[in-house]
Design a protein around this ligand. Structure first.
Ligand code: PLP
Length: 389
């Protein structure tokens, strides 16, 4: 019997991929499936970005790049952060990674060990908890509440910090709730964190460009008092419809940047070279496609929220960010995972049960509105007919 480290007895995964596999299997059997399960834009990557990758290949960019990423790309990330958040970042602190997810892997690996505590949002992206468990650290859920419009509460978050807390994970705009935490709450949190100088912060801002109804995205990068312990996670996947390219970027504080670089050297050497040129074209080229995609998500968001609220037993707050609706299904009498599974098997609509995102996810399901309005309306018709039968 091969004996791997005990972390593998605890590591989890993302059920969204299992739902995708089942939805694909049903579609293969000829079923008409509407996939509101997976969290990825349904748009193609904008053409000028694709062309930049093709050109990079034709120009002979076939070899390794520096482990941290090509210099023009790291400079473009700094310029992008200055433009969007008004914050100066040294390109030397930027690390190009194969997908935003890798930054959470690295940060949790850096701070997680038995005896340590790591705070993470619940409901939240399932990989946070999975990786914390992997390291043997104690996962401490930070409740994300519907009555708070799925924003995190500074007071509640700060109350969970102990002398064992090593890392705090934040996510706004949030998956799976679509919640966006307002500036006042973030300011209160940062103020409180000043009393806890040994707690590192990883801010997952992968949905930073997707907010609606005039809601501003407030980057944690903008707060000087925690800059020396802030890890910023962002990337191309959601903003530029590039989930399959596996491109992300992080900003590491001075004291951790070299450790992060060493992890990169040990694990992947460098990110796929032509993809880095595509990422460069994305940041430096026209941003009209991003604006168009966000406007389209906004229209679909209204359609899905109105449609969900018209269904018996379901109530849905209006999400202010990302591309997810997280309706409360408690009055339907269904358990969330059972409902998600029944909807897929009986109606062909793929959604994800809230408990796949944490303990507080019971009573909710996640629907991604990264699908056409026509499909969203048809999915809601099917869900309504199913619930009324
Ligand atoms: N962070 C959150 C909150 C996400 O929802 C996702 C993807 O679903 C990621 C990070 C990972 O992004 P990437 O595809 O760039 O690894």
């Amino acid at each position: 019997m091969l004996k791997t480290i005990s972390g593998f007895d605890r590591i989890g995964e993302e059920n969204a991929f299992a739902v995708l596999a089942r939805a694909t299997e049903l579609a293969g059997q000829g079923r008409d499936i509407i996939n509101l399960g997976i969290g990825q834009p349904d748009f193609r990557t904008p053409e000028h970005i694709v062309e930049a990758a093709i050109k990079a290949l034709q120009d002979g960019h076939h070899g390794y790049t520096p482990a941290t990423g090509i210099a023009p790309l790291r400079e473009a990330v700094s310029a992008d952060l200055l433009k969007r958040h008004g914050v100066e970042t040294d390109p030397g602190n930027v690390l190009i990674v194969p997908g935003g997810k890798v930054t959470m892997f690295m940060a949790i690996l850096m701070f997680g060990e038995p005896g340590a505590e790591i705070l993470y949002p619940d409901p939240g992206f399932p990989i946070y908890r999975s990786m914390i468990e992997f390291t043997g650290a104690r996962p401490v859920p930070v409740p994300i509440r519907e009555e708070n419009d799925f924003a995190f509460s500074a007071e509640e978050t700060l109350s969970l910090i102990t002398d064992k807390t090593r890392l705090l994970i934040l996510n706004s705009p949030a998956n799976p709730t679509g919640g966006v935490t307002p500036r006042s709450e973030i300011e209160a949190l940062v103020k409180g964190l000043e009393n806890h100088p040994d707690v590192a912060v990883m801010s997952d801002e992968i949905y930073s460009q997707m907010t609606y109804d005039g809601m501003e995205h407030v980057s944690l990068l903008g707060f000087e008092s925690i800059r020396d312990r802030l890890i910023l996670l962002d990337g191309w996947s959601k903003t530029y419809a590039m989930t399959g390219w596996r491109m992300g970027f992080a900003v590491w504080p001075d004291s951790l940047a070299d450790k992060a670089r060493k992890l990169a050297v040990n694990a992947w050497s460098c990110v796929n070279a032509p993809a880095q040129f595509a990422g460069l074209a994305a940041l430096t080229g026209p941003q009209t496609a991003v604006r168009d995609m966000v406007a389209e998500f906004d229209a679909r968001r209204r359609a899905i929220v109105d449609g969900l609220n018209a269904l018996s037993g379901i109530s849905c707050r209006t999400p202010l960010g990302a591309f997810y609706a997280f309706p409360n299904i408690k009055d339907t009498g269904w358990k969330a995972k059972e409902l998600a599974s029944a909807l897929l098997e009986e109606t062909g609509v793929a959604t994800i049960g809230g408990p796949d995102f944490g303990i507080l996810g019971e009573g909710y399901i996640r629907l991604s509105y990264a699908n056409s309005t026509e499909n969203i309306i048809s999915a809601l018709d099917r869900i309504g007919a199913f619930l009324d039968q």
